[in-house]
Design a protein around this ligand. Structure first.
Ligand SMILES: Cc1cc2nc3c(=O)[nH]c(=O)nc-3n(C[C@H](O)[C@H](O)[C@H](O)COP(=O)(O)O)c2cc1C
Length: 167
């Protein structure tokens, strides 16, 4: 039986990890807890939030545990390109990998991350609000950056749940 291990900054990845663990009836730990509680080499499935294309905590989790699958959680809508970039940037070739759409909540960010995302979100909103005839993706992006978003759902975990059950 695998254990679910996650690294989350503002809570969306934690929500996915807990939904997954509840469905497959597995234990679920943050990476910090896992370092204390799990034996080295234990089989785990890892979920980490994405920052500038990097799945946070993934490298450390792979050093410590036998990582059977990795999910990156970002705010962008998923696509083949996003997943292939994630695989390349995080050296996930040969590891079962998933992309999950999380969300954006400025109120849950702190310090430097809050500062950088406040500036980034304002710049995206400004440029999209100037544009006429937004594509559906751009409209969604505008709304996500302007009002925040939460795309976490159990439906998004269907492939991961099936994979975990097959282990
Ligand atoms: C500093 C920073 C950088 C980010 N970079 C990316 C990114 O490269 N791609 C992406 O899809 N989302 C990016 N995001 C959005 C987060 O990955 C997204 O909000 C995610 O749901 C956060 O998960 P968490 O709540 O578990 O921390 C970034 C967020 C922050 C704060």
């Amino acid at each position: 039986m695998v254990t679910i291990v996650y690294e989350s900054n503002s809570g969306f990845t934690k929500k996915y990890a807990e939904l997954l663990a509840a469905d497959i009836k597995a234990d679920c730990f943050s990476l910090d807890e896992a370092k204390e509680k799990l034996a080295a080499g234990k089989p785990v499935v890892f979920l980490g939030w994405i920052s500038a294309g990097i799945i946070r905590g993934c490298r450390k989790a792979r050093k410590l545990f036998d990582v059977k699958a990795v999910a990156g959680v970002g705010m962008a809508a998923g696509s083949d390109k996003i997943l292939s970039d994630l695989v390349r940037q995080n050296k996930l070739e040969g590891v079962r990998n998933f992309y999950l759409r999380g969300g954006f909540d400025l109120a849950k960010l702190k310090g430097f991350y809050k500062f950088i995302m406040k500036l980034g979100a304002a710049a995206v909103v400004k440029s999209l609000e100037k544009k006429e005839n937004l594509t559906p993706q751009e409209s969604e992006q505008l709304s996500d950056f302007k009002y925040g978003s939460d795309h976490v759902s159990k439906e998004n975990l269907a492939d991961m749940i099936a994979y975990c059950k097959s282990l």
